[in-house]
Design a protein around this ligand. Structure first.
Ligand SMILES: Cc1cc2nc3c(=O)[nH]c(=O)nc-3n(C[C@H](O)[C@H](O)[C@H](O)COP(=O)(O)OP(=O)(O)OC[C@H]3O[C@@H](n4cnc5c(N)ncnc54)[C@H](O)[C@@H]3O)c2cc1C
Ligand SMILES: NC(=O)c1ccc[n+]([C@@H]2O[C@H](COP(=O)([O-])OP(=O)(O)OC[C@H]3O[C@@H](n4cnc5c(N)ncnc54)[C@H](OP(=O)(O)O)[C@@H]3O)[C@@H](O)[C@H]2O)c1
Length: 455
């Protein structure tokens, strides 16, 4: 079979581009039939979608094709819902996409509402939504240019014939690199400079942060070909987002809060793959491949008599919107006492969901909110400073009211420092040694009274 495909492919290579595209389409189909595959995979779907795009307007063809797929899925799912998961994502319609940071903000944060109608998918507050994104077209183009190949040049990737653009757009990670990739690239190129970098742990770690695969090609040049390069690339993985809604409130919808990743290194603007896919390339009414994963380690208490303390910075506040929407639907007598600590840069432009917290307070769904806006005054104020200011009351809630504590957002700094502040409160108010305070925090975690959703 492979020699057959090789000879067809070498003939195709001689043809003009538009003929090549259609021939490739049928070659993909042929190859697929030979493999006895019953249905189009998402990846084949992408290849064929791409081929059809060359004669059509890109946006129209994308939405028509994904819409057709979804309509088909919808009609198939009327009686029995297929199992939608990471490998078989559901095409969810985007109902609303709204920027929720002001013009004066340093950040671009979007609130996204998706329809789960026809999916059979359900979730609990604290669960996670996964999105399968497409990679940034500018970076895809720059890599093609580096290798001096056409977007529609055919290549085998993982035993399937693909066009180059599709491989870079849908199938591999291109915006970030990892230690394994560096090693594989070094093995392939035998680059002396890279060998030196790999031997220095700190330099290696620094290089991994913020660099992409084009940096690798530029910084450690070699004569490897595109075919060789794609074999070592990491398969594209979906990005995860904390769910910001409750089904009790929004029914067949799911909401998330996404900060767009944009930064500049070496005079080149960088775009986070999934967050800019949402910010720049997805519009309301389009379809988005998604799945839901449960997060057992971040759940509201079973008993309403336990108060909740929610500590979130930036988009880390997202799951607390989900918690409060859930609590909002309870009878007054069943609503737990609740307290939200929220941190962001500027009150004027970054107070995410401000009016909703106010409404929750008016309805006695949210008892108290303490904010830490780090850039409104000269001296930085963070959520852990607010926690320390309220230490007596917080200790009362933890020790005497069995409060459940939740921390969401930055893993490396905020979450660590908040836990240190909590430990200090416990040590001081419980008259404990440092070791005993440490044990106290560990017990809170073991009893699921301190839960973390950090990234
Ligand atoms: C459980 C979980 C829940 C999450 N919930 C949310 C959520 O609710 N909202 C949300 O917005 N995100 C959330 N995230 C993060 C999210 O999954 C993505 O990581 C994020 O959107 C970035 O993905 P991306 O594809 O846009 O960027 P990528 O293409 O993955 O690029 C990100 C990479 O860019 C680099 N980078 C980023 N900023 C800079 C910078 N300033 N300088 C240098 N390098 C930089 C880093 O190396 C980083 O690894 C969550 C993650 C997890 C694991
Ligand atoms: N993978 C990615 O690239 C990606 C994409 C999106 C979000 N995220 C992560 O998601 C999390 C939230 O990001 P975000 O931009 O919404 O918010 P963020 O960066 O966590 O910022 C929110 C607030 O926290 C403050 N802060 C900074 N350092 C802190 C510390 N040590 N302790 C407590 N507060 C601190 C910030 O202040 P100042 O800014 O004034 O210092 C700001 O006021 C972060 O972990 C972020 O890295 C990652």
């Amino acid at each position: 079979m492979s020699s057959n495909i090789d000879s067809i492919q070498s003939t195709i290579d001689q043809w003009a581009t538009h003929e090549k595209e259609w021939a490739l389409k049928y070659l993909i189909q042929f190859q697929q039939n030979m493999k006895n595959s019953d249905e189009l995979t998402l990846d084949h779907h992408h290849d064929i979608k791409h081929i059809s795009q060359s004669n059509n307007n890109r946006e129209d063809s994308e939405s028509i094709i994904t819409q057709k797929r979804s309509e088909q899925e919808l009609s198939e799912s009327i009686e029995t819902f297929p199992v939608y998961d990471r490998k078989n994502p559901f095409s969810a319609r985007v109902l609303k996409k709204e920027r929720i940071t002001g013009d004066a903000s340093n950040k671009e944060v979007y609130h996204l509402e998706l329809s789960l109608q026809g999916s059979g998918l359900t979730y609990q507050p604290g669960d996670i939504l996964g999105i399968h994104h497409d990679n940034p077209p500018r970076l895809v183009q720059a890599i093609l240019t580096h290798f001096k190949i056409d977007a529609d040049a055919p290549f085998f990737y993982r035993d399937h014939l693909r066009i180059a653009e599709s491989i870079l757009h849908h199938l591999v990670e291109i915006t970030s690199i990892n230690a394994m990739l560096l090693k594989k690239y070094q093995k392939l190129t035998d680059h002396e400079g890279l060998q030196k970098l790999l031997q220095n742990k700190d330099e290696k770690l620094a290089y991994l942060h913020g660099h992409d695969i084009l940096d690798l090609l530029h910084d450690f040049p070699s004569d490897i070909t595109f075919d060789q390069f794609i074999t070592i690339l990491t398969p594209r993985y979906p990005r995860l987002y904390s769910i910001a809604s409750s089904m009790k409130k929004v029914d067949q919808q799911v909401h998330i809060t996404i900060r767009t990743v944009r930064y500049e290194i070496k005079n080149r603007e960088r775009e986070g793959a999934c967050s800019t896919f949402i910010a720049d390339r997805i519009k309301e009414r389009q379809l988005l491949p998604i799945f839901i994963e449960s997060n057992k380690g971040f759940k509201l208490p079973n008993q309403p008599q336990h108060p909740i303390v929610m500590i979130g910075a930036g988009v880390g506040v997202a799951p607390f919107r989900s918690f409060l929407q859930e609590i909002d639907q309870l009878e007054s007598s069943k609503k737990p006492e609740s307290w939200l600590f929220f941190g962001e840069q500027k009150r004027e432009s970054d107070y995410l969901y401000q009016s909703e917290w106010k409404a929750f307070q008016n309805k006695k769904t949210l008892g108290r909110i303490d904010t830490a806006f780090s850039r409104d005054k000269e001296q930085k104020v963070y959520v852990q400073h607010r926690i320390t200011e309220q230490q007596s009351l917080l200790w009362e809630w933890i020790e005497h009211k069995n409060a459940h504590l939740y921390i969401c957002g930055d893993k490396n700094h905020m979450a660590k420092e908040v836990q240190e502040s909590l430990k200090e409160i416990v040590r001081k108010h419980g008259n404990l040694t440092t070791e005993e305070a440490d044990k106290y925090i560990k017990t809170l975690k073991r009893e699921k009274r301190l839960q973390l959703d950090v990234f």
